[in-house]
Design a protein around this ligand. Structure first.
Ligand code: 6GU
Length: 245
């Protein structure tokens, strides 16, 4: 998967060199290219923002540097058989979920456009939505200073679903959200720590009993913490195992 990122803070994306994602980059499973938006500004101060039309607080990102940066990325991709999807992280977007991560993991080229300040001039979204595929995506109901941290979260969630990125694919299956439920609690050795015992069933060697204990724990945890995720057949409001909440 090819991933381009446009940002005024390329340094944020140094985090992608670490751990599994760094290994995935080295092994060629993902190819991440980070572009400094200021390199696409034309004045000597490398200006990327201006005051809002109509007045108001804060600054808005100017369209021209975005146009130059995105045109450059799209023309480099032109003629390849990879149809890019541009994602603008935005608190006004569709909420990012595990389901969306699974969908996006099947794409061959993602472009993340990280806005700062009060946002990007609307004409940038309109221009690229007319020329190709654009999505506004939020990572939750709270406000960040810009799209960088949101992009890193999305890139990590997406990239780990690409075959080969996570060493043991079975570990992907048993996690929170993959079956629509929260994950069961995990334990390791020692069997007793500070008078706290590992639940005996986990040491029983009875695999059917362990599996049913874990499922019960998942359901109870989901009922307690995120009842809105619970499927109807488990007494919840959710319309089916993979229906949207
Ligand atoms: Cl994607 N961007 C910003 N700036 N804030 C957010 C967000 C995105 N998702 C939640 N809050």
């Amino acid at each position: 998967m090819k991933i381009d990122v446009v940002t005024i803070f390329p340094g944020y994306f140094d985090a992608l060199e670490l751990s599994l994602l760094g290994k995935a980059k080295t092994r060629g499973l993902i190819d991440v290219q980070v572009h400094d938006l200021r390199d696409s500004a034309r004045d000597k101060h490398r200006t990327v923002d201006d005051t809002p039309s109509g007045g108001g607080a804060g600054m808005v990102m100017k369209p021209e540097p975005w146009g130059a940066a995105l045109d450059g990325i799209l023309s480099a991709a032109d003629g390849s058989d990879h149809d890019p999807l541009i994602i603008f992280p935005s608190p006004a977007g569709d909420v990012f979920t595990q389901r969306m991560a699974r969908e996006l993991a099947t794409e061959s080229h993602l472009v993340f456009g990280c806005g700062r300040y009060e946002g990007i001039d609307q004409r940038v979204f309109d221009e690229y939505a007319e020329r190709g595929r654009v999505r506004l995506v939020s990572i939750g109901d709270y406000v960040l200073n810009g799209g960088e941290v949101a992009s890193i979260a999305m890139i990590e969630a997406i990239a780990r679903l690409i075959p080969g990125v996570v060493g043991n694919p079975e570990s992907l299956v048993e996690e929170s959200h993959e079956d629509g439920l929260l994950e069961y609690p995990s334990y390791t050795k020692p069997a007793e720590w500070r008078d706290r015992a590992v639940p005996p069933v986990l040491l029983s060697g009875n695999h059917a009993a362990i599996e049913s204990w874990r499922r019960e724990q998942s359901i109870e945890r989901t009922r307690r913490v995120r009842p809105e995720l619970l499927p109807a057949e488990l007494g919840g409001e959710r319309r089916g195992r993979h229906a949207a909440p």
